[in-house]
Design a protein around this ligand. Structure first.
Ligand code: FRU
Length: 754
């Protein structure tokens, strides 16, 4: 899959279609975001499921898979939108089970079932069985069969729920339900106002700074010059008792709908919306690439002195902001970044690639205009009394424009061809700062099928049968990083053959991003047969003459593939005289430019080289470009000519090398940097299978390094206590993995290590 236009900071579906955010909550140390998901159909034709993302910090989101499918008669045509309530030891979820009866129905007054269904989960991933709480017959008589999107909360021990609805005479309204338990919801009233459309979707009732708000999405409102400029809308009423005051729109851009709010553990009320909209006339070119839509960044809600909601991007963004600089006129900048602007002349403008925001004081109109990068998005206008400030968060394919301290927001998708875009400011003081979320371990090189001998302790010719297992050192490193909860992406090429499928599946099951794996029919997926003798000698027989991975070309490596790269990891197996070697060069160049750590584990496989001197030469060609070099005690002498690490270090600290890690099998490992060295021993265990143990070691080491916030700049002077923490962690990780069979399947999760 082409990674062009993939966002860096925003939640997207791994592939296929995404719409509303659902079940937003904070539980067990993680933020959970569920979303309306139709995998496999970027245009969203398929029935909806719930996909699931988690994050420790609202910045780095990890996809966890689909958690709810339509699998009972009451939700057979879609697990529609809903919400979550958290308790001490579980999360309660409430959603709409959508049913479309077969027959000559109008699907407004008849033919559609809208059931409120609940499930619970003790970890956010595994759901209990489903319980139907309310059916159409339970809703008030004045309702059509459009009733949906339960938002549930608890207040003084009472369960409360709002549902969006359409009355039989085509008016939008919100139904309120209450009960002492989730099984006893009773109708408790209805909110509505005249002339506000035929249907209200996705309601949400919440309190900010002591004031009550009712948010909802009206459909069928009349378009105005400065309001309701999209096909469907989203906004909120302030609530006084049961009276609804003026309606304010949440967003004046092209792409915003179906937001939901939830409480962060520190009490902040956060809002996340769908940065998309159903049925509008403009489009998204990512459909051709197999996916569509994203969610907005989380927004913090506060109340203005006049009692209106202010929306501002989460303060966590400041943690990834680098080097703010004043800009006059024109600069080139790599997405994502943010622009802050104030002090506007009577006519002023800010332009980011094909999108411009212009201010005309005389008319008081702020306009957002897009060229062809908007794919049909033309202009949206906002009428203001005055313009105080603008903050724009620009990601790879979206802009979120916060105006006057968040009193107004305009969100839009836009699709610049390249990551580097031209930014101009005219008639305004502006500052630009790069935003860099580097949270992904990216590995390049071989992914192959290891054939593990069913018998150990014998020569290769004595092995009776071999069992296939997905492997390849770089792929294993991804698997280790990912199983710990980190984000990992594999760059390689596989054959269009069943073994290629096995590898993709194994990586996906381990949570690894496979969007940068290419497939070819020019060659097969690489295979490697292994045997192990009693004295620990391993014999390998490789089938790579050539294999698909070797043919991966440098021209296939794009900067979008390395987006979000925390560390780029590679080994020597793929550095032979074939195209993949140049692809490594290209990836390393991009990773270095992006400030990522480059990590190299030579991982010698002599039988792949006709000439050992050539192998040595290639290793020394690549060492100067890496920041972290991992070597095993068995490899040290071949690479450096000495088996004494102290003698080898002066040779190894060359070029960019800042950290050398020496692994010594069951004797643990040592790390060397300019600040000195540390060692860590390995817990004593009975090893069953050491396949991929070294890969698991470096994968878990890098995971720990990232979790401690160590960047490339920090590496040279990395405190020894940090390094020893990373070594201990990696040793514990490896000790668990060698007690089980296989590489990736043997790697433990964070929970198991704890
Ligand atoms: C809003 C919406 C909801 C519904 C969901 C289905 O975008 O139409 O009302 O529950 O999408 O995906």
């Amino acid at each position: 899959m082409d990674r062009r236009w993939r966002q860096n900071l925003h939640i997207e579906a791994p592939e296929g279609w995404l719409n509303d955010p659902n079940g937003l909550c904070y539980f067990d140390g993680l933020y959970h975001v569920y979303f309306q998901y139709s995998p496999g159909t970027p245009k969203g034709e398929a029935t909806r499921c719930w996909g699931h993302y988690v994050s420790p910090d609202l910045l780095s989101w990890k996809y966890k898979g689909i958690v709810l499918y339509p699998d009972i008669p009451e939700d057979r045509d879609g697990v529609f939108s809903g919400s979550a309530v958290t308790f001490e030891d579980h999360i309660g979820f409430f959603y709409t089970g959508n049913v479309m009866e077969e027959g000559p129905y109008d699907y407004v007054l008849e033919g559609r079932g809208a059931n409120v269904i609940s499930v619970t989960s003790s970890d956010g991933d595994v759901m209990s069985s489903k319980k139907v709480l309310l059916k159409n017959s339970d809703y008030p008589d004045f309702c059509s069969c459009h009733v949906r999107d339960p938002k549930v909360w608890t207040e003084d021990g009472i369960y409360k729920m709002v549902l969006g609805a359409r009355t039989k005479d085509d008016k939008g309204c919100v139904l309120l339900y209450e009960g002492s338990s989730p099984d006893s919801f009773k109708y408790a009233g209805c909110f509505s106002v005249p002339d506000m459309g035929y249907m209200w979707e996705c309601p949400d009732m919440f309190t900010v700074d002591g004031r009550k708000f009712l948010a909802l999405c009206p459909q069928g409102t009349e378009r105005g010059e400065y309001k309701f400029q999209n096909i469907f809308h989203s906004g909120y009423f302030t609530v006084d008792g049961d009276k609804l005051n003026d309606f304010e729109e949440f967003d004046y851009g092209f792409d915003f709908y179906a937001p939901q709010t939830f409480a962060a553990p520190d009490g902040r009320r956060l809002l996340i919306g769908w940065m998309g909209i159903g049925d509008d006339s403009y489009s998204n070119p990512t459909v051709e690439l197999g996916w569509q839509h994203c969610l907005t960044l989380p927004r913090e809600l506060t109340v203005s002195p006049e009692g209106r909601l202010l929306q501002n991007p989460i303060r966590e963004l400041d943690n990834i902001k680098c080097a703010s600089k004043k800009m006059g006129g024109e600069v080139w900048e790599s997405l994502p970044f943010e622009v802050n602007a104030s002090d506007f002349a009577d006519k002023a403008s800010l332009t980011i690639s094909g999108a411009s925001v212009t201010w005309d004081k005389e008319s008081g109109v702020l306009s957002l205009k897009l060229n062809e990068e908007g794919y049909g998005r033309s202009v949206r206008n906002l009428k203001l009394d005055s313009l105080g400030n603008i903050r724009i968060i620009a990601d790879r394919s979206s802009l979120e424009i916060y105006i006057n301290n968040g009193l107004y927001v305009m969100s839009t998708r836009f699709y610049p061809e390249y990551r580097q875009v031209k930014v101009t400011a005219e008639g305004v003081l502006a500052e630009i700062a790069s935003l860099r979320l580097n949270d992904t371990l990216i590995a390049i090189g071989e992914a192959l099928i290891d054939f593990i001998p069913d018998r150990k302790g014998c020569e290769f010719y004595e092995v009776g049968s071999f069992s296939p297992a997905a492997g390849g050192a770089p792929a294993n490193v991804c698997g280790a990083f990912s199983k710990l909860g980190g984000k990992a992406r594999m760059i390689t090429q596989l054959g269009k053959d069943p073994f290629g499928d096995v590898i993709t599946r194994t990586l996906e099951e381990a949570g690894v991003d496979t969007s940068c794996i290419r497939y070819t029919s020019e060659a097969n997926t690489a295979l490697a047969f292994v045997s192990h003798t009693v004295d620990g000698k391993s014999t390998y027989s490789f089938y790579r003459n050539p294999s698909a991975d070797m043919l991966f070309e440098a021209s296939s490596v794009t900067s979008d593939m390395l987006d979000g790269c925390y560390a780029l990891h590679f080994c020597s197996v793929s550095l032979g005289d074939f195209p993949m070697k140049d692809a490594h060069r290209a990836a390393i160049t991009i990773a270095r430019r992006q400030g990522a750590i480059v990590s190299f584990d030579p991982n010698l496989r002599f039988m792949l080289w006709d000439d050992r001197e050539e192998l040595k030469r290639v290793i020394w060609e690549f060492i100067p470009d890496c920041d972290i070099l991992k070597i095993s005690d068995e490899e040290l002498e071949f690479i450096t000519g000495t088996s004494v690490i102290e003698e080898a270090l002066p040779l190894l600290f060359t070029g960019s090398v800042k950290l050398v890690i020496l692994t010594k099998g069951k004797d643990g490992a040592s790390a060397y940097c300019s600040a000195g060295s540390v060692s860590s021993s390995c817990p004593e265990v009975k090893a069953v299978d050491t396949t991929g143990a070294g890969d698991g070691f470096i994968g878990s080491f890098l995971w720990k390094l990232r979790s401690l916030g160590v960047s490339r700049e920090d590496l040279a002077a990395c405190p020894l206590s940090v390094l020893s923490g990373c070594l201990d962690f990696a040793n514990r990780f490896s000790a668990i993995s060698v007690q089980r069979k296989g590489a990736i399947p043997s790697y433990p999760s964070l929970r198991e290590i704890k």
